[in-house]
Design a protein around this ligand. Sequence first.
Ligand code: NAP
Ligand code: ZN
Ligand code: ZN
Length: 345
Amino acid sequence: MQVKAIAAIAPDAPLEPTTIERRDVGEHEVLIGTKFVGICHSDIHTVRSQWGQITYPMVVGHEIAGIVEEIGSGVTKHQVGDHVGVGCFVDSCRECENCKAGLDNYCLQGNIGTYNGVGRDGKPTAGGYSTHIVVDENYVLRIPENLPLDAAAPLLCAGVTTYSPLTHWGAGPGKKVAIVGLGGLGHMGVQIAHAMGAEVSVLSQSLKKKEDGERLGADHYYATSDESTFEDLQGTFDLILNTVSANLDLGRYLPLLKTNGAFVELGAPEHPMEVPAFALIPQRRTLAGSMIGSIAETQEMLDFCGKHGLGAEVEVIHADKVNEAYDRVVNSDVRYRFVIDTATI
Ligand code: NAP
Ligand code: ZN
Ligand code: ZN
């Protein structure tokens, strides 16, 4: 079927309306009528070719929330009318050591991206800035009924990308967690870490969003533009999640970790960052990375958010505002996720 979409046509050109082809629903696939799709900073890095050359036109979007419209004859996990989500990948090899261990986000063959990937049919994948998508039932998530679909959409990337390292590094009561950057990922990280029972600090460029941060669950809020922040917080945190989309001076942030603390890089800036050895070595600090989460973990996160009533704070926009929204995200002027109403595409 032909469906409406918004596509990037060049790294420096505005996104524009288009139509794309969606395949017929296979035996184990579902057709989802999308309702809302979040604008992740990764969409922007991708369409601007900041992570390497891509093939245009490119339809991005991997924070998809919608409703099942049709199911294949062999589908058992979803029914027509279900509230469902799709995140950053729509398939994986299912056979490698990691897939078998439930770490399909780290599939050793490379999972199939919701966009900028190549599907099992050999065709390029196209993401959620479109009215419909066809996905294998095993890569479709159930969205708890108590979560509004617009607030739930960003959970499919921003939610799980922060939930996964918070779980892996044991955020919870008695643990001091810092979230660097209060954007899409950051504002989910604050809410989830708080719900897990950790003592949460935000490290933001300024104090402009302090009230919001505290309302979302931060116990402390610091401006990184204030040099005393780095002096006062030396050796404070068990875990730091860095959600910043630009390069940071790691030599200033790593010493904020306690002995054995971990700094987890989630932001994926275009250019490499320098790691001063003497900011890591003295207190046996860990510098780590983490990529989204597995399908099972994404479901666990959605259920957790359903239980705690957590969702993204969203600004719902019409499709024709997407380029403006991109500029605002790049200028850190987002509170806290733009979500496209796909009915306006
Ligand atoms: P976002 O909404 O733009 O948030 C990033 C935040 O970083 C901004 O709100 C801002 O927070 C801070 N920031 C921006 N520029 C900065 C600068 N020059 N110096 C210091 N702080 C700055 O982006 P997002 O969607 O949350 O994504 C964040 C990054 O994570 C992107 O690079 C994205 O590609 C990456 N990502 C990675 C994964 C993964 O699996 N690891 C998944 C999704 C996204 P303040 O205003 O509070 O300072
Ligand atoms: Zn994303
Ligand atoms: Zn695999």
